[in-house]
Design a protein around this ligand. Structure first.
Ligand code: COA
Ligand code: MG
Length: 292
């Protein structure tokens, strides 16, 4: 999953438009982009959209960002959307594996009520939005088989830390958010799920956006969340392995196949050992098409 496009659940126009983009996944948002008084209307709109979009094929992966467990709104969100069988929920303000187990239990009940197989609805967690969450970013492993990815957020975290801003004037993140970003990356790797990079709100600045995508791809993120359709093709391009990198990864794998039992090989005067082999395998796995 390379590109995940946020769409406010209370906008049928944007929901329809989102289906025409090449986003690998849509995040139908019931949380921060919907005002408190609009939650009920947004739930109805999300459910109606899911009912028409989920049976379509081909289609993007479709998840719903519910309101955080801390708000008391999550149950009503799940009651509204579970009958329409989303692929996943996105859980904001998650605080480690305990939050995932909590959401897992809530989902199991809705799946039973709606005749869905146990574990059908997956969970993608936003792992860095509260101060407390940073200290439990390493606790996601083994929390639930539903956990499919971790992502991170800098907006709520900066509000919680009392910060004036979360980026330098040049657009780069300040230290607390770089730490959060790394904790997401390491937390995801420890839990053996992909890490997805956060949003870039300056959505007319394609140059800055591309730079941030490239940095995230180099560091190990599998994809990035988008807030505007124009960001989707840039994400897809940057996070798709290039033909040259696929060819190189295949040559590393071939060298180990040609030297059975070897722990280390020489390709054109450069040493390759086990971490290089696993990187090559991961790159090839990533090169497969994302849409079902
Ligand atoms: N999903 C689907 N369609 C979108 C979209 C999105 N996230 N963002 C914009 N569009 C549509 C617009 O409706 C518009 O459609 P039209 O050409 O048919 O009129 C078109 O894309 C161009 O949009 P544009 O005029 O450039 O921007 P805007 O002022 O309409 O919207 C935002 C700007 C920021 C309000 C909008 O991009 C948005 O709602 N983003 C998602 C916000 C969100 O979910 N935040 C929570 C996560 S951080
Ligand atoms: Mg938020």
């Amino acid at each position: 999953m390379r590109s995940l496009l946020f769409v406010p659940a209370d906008s049928p126009k944007k929901l329809d438009k989102a289906m025409t983009t090449c986003a690998d996944a849509l995040i139908i948002d019931l949380e921060d982009s919907v005002a408190f008084d609009g939650k009920a209307n947004a739930r109805d709109s999300a459910a109606a959209f899911l009912k028409s979009a989920v049976p379509a094929a081909p289609r993007p992966y479709i998840m719903v960002r519910v309101n955080a467990l801390q708000t008391g709104l999550t149950d009503a969100d799940l009651d509204a959307i579970a009958p329409a069988k989303p692929d996943a929920i996105m859980l904001p303000k998650a605080e480690g594996g305990a939050s995932i187990m909590h959401a897992d239990a809530k989902l199991s009940v809705r799946e039973a009520i709606n005749g869905l197989p146990d574990g059908h609805i997956k969970i993608i967690a936003i792992a860095t939005e509260t101060a407390a969450s940073l200290f439990v970013a390493g606790t996601y492993a083994g929390s639930s088989a539903r956990l499919s990815a971790l992502t991170w957020g800098a907006e709520d975290l900066s509000a919680e830390l009392g910060a004036q801003t979360n980026r330098h004037a040049d657009g780069n993140f300040l230290d607390p958010y770089r730490l959060a970003r790394v904790l997401c990356l390491a937390g995801a790797a420890a839990a053996q799920v992909p890490a997805i990079d956060t949003v870039y709100v300056d959505f007319r600045n394609n140059e800055g956006f591309r730079r941030e995508c490239e940095e995230a791809a180099r560091e190990g993120f599998f994809g990035k969340m988008a807030i505007h359709p124009a960001q989707v093709p840039i994400i897809n391009e940057v996070f798709t392995p290039s033909p040259a990198s696929i060819k190189h990864a295949q040559s590393v794998i071939d060298a180990f196949i040609a030297n059975p039992g070897a722990g280390v090989v020489n390709i054109g005067g450069v040493m390759y050992d086990q971490p290089h082999l696993s990187r090559a395998k991961r790159l090839l796995a990533r090169a497969k098409p994302a849409r079902s």
